[in-house]
Design a protein around this ligand. Structure first.
Ligand SMILES: NC(=O)c1ccc[n+]([C@@H]2O[C@H](COP(=O)([O-])OP(=O)(O)OC[C@H]3O[C@@H](n4cnc5c(N)ncnc54)[C@H](O)[C@@H]3O)[C@@H](O)[C@H]2O)c1
Length: 282
């Protein structure tokens, strides 16, 4: 008899998070403020920035959008960040990546005050996060995955979690969050030999690579929880890294793309901005 996995509905959970953020934001003396800076005219970035703006509206967060021409130069961007660091009504600052050529993303990220680093990219933010010590901001995508696991009462403790992808943005902080919740963690990546051997061991399989159909049904253990972080674009449509149609017959739970981790990443950004405003006594 074929089984169909429970769908991990990121859209529904993200909506719940936004409602909760809105309620808490309304209790603050000043609304949380998020500054989003875009440099240049990357079309994908334009969509991301517009979506963040919409999320802010839904959450009762003031969105402050800044656009610089690609030719503006790094110093102008650094000056803008410095000015935003000093504004009391701004609780979160993010610079939409990737930056155009000629900008040093590390210098830009480190110009953002760690108190307003809602993307959690700054070294100080990451240090606190990795030590699990006075965590200020959690990286949005892995935090979104953890929120999904919690919502569906999937406890990582004692489970074998296999994370495919080892970027600073997703894979590594994902592993750390699972470790903090007492999972046994294996991290696979592009140099891993026999990826399928590892993925088949997973009670919880999380894929963050960016390769269509990287994870096929034969790579998944019966009853595993499968979370697809990947985003692959084909014209207007997007899909993840997992062969959803086949894997949903094997997994106990599966997240779709779109409608899985993506909306949760955005919801966690709103949550980070709220927490920052609460800390600053907004
Ligand atoms: N859903 C979301 O909100 C969200 C957020 C961030 C990133 N993403 C998506 O997640 C994916 C990963 O993002 P990233 O920023 O970590 O990308 P990245 O390019 O920085 O890292 C990709 C990772 O995949 C690994 N990899 C590449 N080929 C592999 C292979 N054949 N087998 C095993 N591992 C392989 C690499 O070692 C690397 O660690 C992308 O598709 C990205 O668009 C989604």
């Amino acid at each position: 008899m074929s089984n169909i996995a429970i769908l991990l509905d990121g859209n529904a959970l993200a909506k719940k998070v936004r409602i909760s953020v809105k309620k808490q934001a309304a209790q603050l003396a000043t609304p949380p403020g998020l500054a989003v800076i875009q440099v240049g005219d990357n079309p994908a970035s334009q969509v991301y920035v517009a979506n963040k703006r919409k999320d802010c509206v839904k959450c009762g967060i003031q969105s402050h959008a800044y656009h610089l021409e690609a030719s503006a130069g790094e110093q102008k961007l650094l000056d803008l960040i410095q000015w935003l660091n000093e504004q009391a009504y701004i609780h979160g600052i993010l610079v939409q990546m990737p930056l155009p050529e000629g900008y040093d993303p590390k210098a830009v990220v480190h110009a953002i005050s760690p108190d307003k680093d809602v993307d959690a990219f700054h070294t100080l933010t990451a240090g606190k996060f990795y030590l699990n010590n006075e965590v200020t901001f959690s990286p949005c995508t892995p935090a979104g995955v953890m929120a999904v696991l919690d919502e569906y009462e999937i406890d990582p403790q004692g489970k074998h979690a296999v994370v495919v992808g080892h970027s600073n943005l997703v894979g590594k902080p994902m592993c750390q969050m699972l470790l903090n919740r007492n999972a046994t963690v294996t991290n696979c990546h592009v140099y891993t030999k026999d990826l399928a051997f590892h993925t088949r061991q997973a009670d919880i399989l999380i894929c963050a690579v960016g390769k269509v159909n990287l994870i096929t049904a034969d790579m998944v253990k019966q009853g595993a929880v499968v979370i697809d972080v990947g985003i692959n674009r084909n014209g207007e449509s997007i899909c993840g890294d997992v062969d959803f149609g086949e894997v949903e017959k094997i997994a106990s739970h599966i997240s779709p793309v779109p409608g899985g981790v993506g909306p949760m990443t955005r919801a966690m950004l709103m949550l980070n901005t709220l927490h920052s405003a609460q800390r600053m006594g907004g």
